[in-house]
Design a protein around this ligand. Structure first.
Ligand code: SAH
Ligand code: SF4
Length: 367
């Protein structure tokens, strides 16, 4: 008997697979379906993540027929570079990308004498609505796929390897990745963590887990999950206020995961992993930056295996806030140091091109 067609027919063809979205076994399955010998999988993987091949044509060790089939049936990346801006004599480079659906995201390369760090987005926009953050004002537009997260890194890695970026500082490879661009990584946990595994893969991009840092707004389930993962990546927690009233006013997420709960999860994380966490604290003049706030913060975290990163707020157009004055920053730091808490003030990068922390909003900058 003939089966009746119950699904409506659609004329749309599904978008071609982005090869960066596949794991090694998934790429193996694809090659098997295509009747390719097993060694092709490793060959393509090496081209993608070791040689950083920019196109299928550049994979010159593959037979021409296979290259043609790849070109016709799958994609080597889907992000479209729509703008690139450079600051700090070439040491800071910000890229605006467009997704196939038109949504946008940004990534930044920062070169220092001893390292080349890329700051990567995990979502287009962000749902968390922190009042001091440009990305928070966009709302959540889209979760990025593992491939789209990885592609951002590979772009910069390729430029460094081929030495196509003019800069004062010279590096041949990306040494550090911080998931501190647009979005909340733990709100896109599975895809974000798949990108971590891909970037860490010793057969592929091979970046040590200790060179990766994830920053979270404080999603407690994510902190708990990370504690049980095998890879020892670094954890940074955006704290920004030492009491619930203030933190809830600055960061709506605090109503769901208040400070006591966040601190308990962080302490458990430290006990389970024996790894030092970083607390990030954006300094806002007159809001969270007094000596009393510093004392409260010290009360909260004293004795924990931690480090505090003070970040003078980077301006966001239209936000009725002000960056803490230099003297306030110094006093705040002093209080923490007097209490024996390790504390640094984060160096600013790319403020002129709105590439600094919390400025990523993917809007054109005034000329
Ligand atoms: N969503 C994650 C990671 C991305 S934001 C998080 O919130 O942790 C990366 C860091 O930049 C966070 O610590 C965030 O609080 C901080 N930040 C946001 N807006 C900022 C601004 N305008 N100036 C300085 N830091 C900012
Ligand atoms: Fe989202 Fe982080 Fe910005 Fe908050 S600070 S809105 S969590 S990107």
């Amino acid at each position: 008997m003939l089966m009746q067609q119950t699904q409506p027919m659609t004329l749309e063809t599904p978008p071609a697979v982005n090869l960066y979205d596949l794991t090694l076994p998934e790429l193996g399955d694809l090659m098997k379906r295509w009747g390719q010998p097993a060694f092709r999988t490793k060959q393509i993987w090496t081209q993608m993540y070791r040689n950083l091949a920019p196109s299928f044509d550049a994979m010159s060790d593959l037979p021409a027929a296979l290259r043609e089939r790849l070109k016709a049936e799958v994609q080597l990346g889907v992000l479209k570079l729509t703008r690139e801006q450079v600051a700090d004599d070439g040491d800071t480079r910000k890229v605006l990308w467009q997704l196939p659906d038109g949504n946008v995201l940004e990534s930044v390369l920062m070169r220092y004498p001893d390292r080349a760090t890329v700051c990567i987005s995990t979502q287009s926009g962000c749902a968390m609505g922190c009042v001091f953050c440009a990305t928070g004002r966009m709302g959540l537009l889209r979760n990025l796929t593992p491939g789209q997260i990885v592609e951002q890194v590979l772009y910069f890695a390729r430029g460094l390897k081929q030495d196509t970026f003019d800069s004062v500082t010279h590096h041949e490879r990306v040494t550090n990745i911080v998931f501190m661009g647009m979005g909340e990584p733990f709100a896109n946990y599975d895809r974000w963590y798949a990108s971590v595994e891909r970037l860490h893969d010793p057969q592929g991009f091979n970046l040590g887990a200790r060179n990766l840092t994830v920053s979270t707004v404080g999603l407690v389930p994510g902190i708990r999950r990370l504690a049980s993962e095998k890879l020892p990546i670094n954890l940074a927690i955006s704290l920004h206020a030492p009491n619930d009233e203030l933190r809830s006013a600055l960061m709506p997420v605090n109503k769901k995961y208040p400070i006591t709960e966040l601190m308990a999860a962080t302490q458990e994380y430290i006990e389970q992993t024996h790894r030092r966490v970083s607390f990030e604290y954006v300094l806002l003049q007159g809001q969270n930056d007094t000596v009393e706030h510093a004392e409260q913060l010290a009360d909260l975290i004293q004795g924990m295996l931690c480090h505090v990163n003070l970040i003078p707020w980077n301006p966001v157009p239209g936000a009725p806030l002000e960056r803490s004055h230099r003297k306030r920053v110094q006093e705040f730091q002093q209080v923490l140091q007097n209490r024996g808490i390790a504390c640094t003030v984060r160096m600013e990068r790319g403020v002129a091109i709105a590439a600094a922390c919390g400025q990523l909003a993917a809007v054109p900058q005034p000329a």
